[in-house]
Write a protein that binds this ligand. Sequence first.
Ligand code: NOJ
Ligand code: CA
Length: 675
Amino acid sequence: MFIRCIALVLALIASAVVADTTTVATVDSPGKVLTVSVTLDGDGRPGYAVSRSGTPVISESRLGFLLTDAPKLERNFKAADTATRSVDETWEQPWGERRYVRNHYNELKVTLVEKTSLARSLQVVFRVYDDGMGFRYEFPSQPRLSQVNIAEELTEFAVVDRATAWWIPAGEWNRYEYLYNRTPLSEVSQAHTPVTIKTDRGLHIAIHEAALVDYSSMWLRRVEGTRLKAALSPSSQGAKVRRTAPFTTPWRTMQIADTAGGLYMSDLILNLNEPNKLGDVSWFKPAKYVGIWWEMHLGTSTWASGPKHGATTANAKRYIDFAAKNGFRGVLIEGWNEGWDGDWFANGETFSFTRPYPDFDLAGVAAYAKRKGVRLIGHHETSANIAHYEQQLAAGLDLYAQLGIDTVKTGYVADAGGVKALGEDGKIHFEWHDGQVMSRHHLKVVTEAAQRHIAVVAHEPIKDTGLRRTYPNWVAREGARGMEYNAWGNPPNPPEHEANLVFTRMLSGPMDFTPGVLSLLGKDGQQIQSTIAKQLALYVVIYSPVQMAADLPSNYAKYPGPFQFIKDVPTDWADSRVLNGEVGDYATFARKDRNSDDWYIGSVSDENARTLDIRLDFLDPGRRYSAQIYRDGDGADWKSNPHAIAIENREVKRGDALQLKLAPGGGEAIRLHAL
Ligand code: NOJ
Ligand code: CA
């Protein structure tokens, strides 16, 4: 009886809460696929919910903020105003996975005002697309909330259905270089975004953010069940974000699709970023590069000075000759500058960004490269000591500009939370790689570089949130386990790694993965868990406008057949399609060259062999193509027979069917050359 009474009381309370929740406004996507509704509960707490074709996807989820020095912004609100508008435009990328991007959405802007005497105002803007939605907070200029010190963001994502999630931990010692977990969504702890989710009904959702500018990165912490909540990356200053109104937060995003490929095909993240602020960026040339790099990861040479120093004048000239002979535009040289001796992981303050080691003639090497028609790629390893780096940034970039070096690879090797930054008090403070301080730092480097017509590839970066649209010289990042883990990683990348990456990390933007290690051997002979055909496929599957041919020139000499594909494959695309894929299992991409009528196909598998049927329905009608097929040879297997590859030619046309037979840990790469 007692229990029944309690149940009745609880039910009454629940119904009272439900009855009290009012819908302030709703907005549909242009094709009426997604609907977002904005609500206020009985306490004036704002929330939102998302449904797809009438089925709830995200149930009522909270919005708001905790502040460090003022009452929280999360209840007692009324909706003072709502406004809608629609946009349908197409814009052109200077480089990318596709040339033209359609930006088609309906927008709802809700102005919330506190009913209390503080009467502070907060706006939430929703942009709803057929393939996803984004929302952001806008803090208008107002007397009672001018300096905004955010302790935490209260944004929630309450996923309705039970689901599987692919995720890497956030707030741990490493930055983003983890193997992907595949767990029930209800077992996620705290994750970096993008988090990719597949509900038990088969719906795919990726939660991420767009336009992370002067703000702290959003991690996702599971609160209970399948409800996630924003947790901002910390700051040494207490408040995780410090801003002055007016300002806007990054967009909180959800790509929603029936298939894993549908997530990748969405341009939501780019569309939610501001248009290009740099104007003509035709000085950046998407290109492939080689470099003095893999040999250090193999341990056969060193970044540090001494008998094994990799960045010598003679070695650099060898790589330049190799690049010139094989048509690579770029030559990366790491370890050219002073500062690598001793414990460089810890001693970022010893780096000079202008002084070469004595056995490296920087000006002479740059002149030699120029004569040979190739460009050096500069390297700024900072060991995450940005206080030190920022002092030399201008001088380091000026030097590169003078020498005609138009791409710089930056690096921030240090454990998470180990960034050394100069505080307002003139002291060094420790920060996270993805906090507000680093979001500012990266944009400082990128804009300074842009002024000198230099492109930036950041390793150990802050995550990508589509800022390449606004700053197209921020061309790629690492920000996940790349090829280097196959040299010395314990464990190395497993065969499923790339099939995980393309539907998680790669949803955020280009990755400098550095593929193409045809020798398939890491340090001390550690076996790479891939076939040779898969190494080729990665150039199509893992997009970046700068792609390394990472192996040693002496190894490429052993594999002239497969090496031809690496020489042929472009790095800039007119169009991209996902032909098939399942997160962590396999993926097949087709991309059209931006500078010819050729198409390329790349397909990768996990540890399982599989047969995939594809149809060439994307090819131009009436056109014939020579298909140059690089497939796993009969009996290929990453473990026992990784170098078995068959290279075949046949003529194909639009509508033809192809069967891809992928080995365990295998792949396939195809060049479709228009005749
Ligand atoms: C880590 C980077 O990911 C790698 O590419 C680079 O060689 C080393 N740091 C040294 O800067
Ligand atoms: Ca790295």
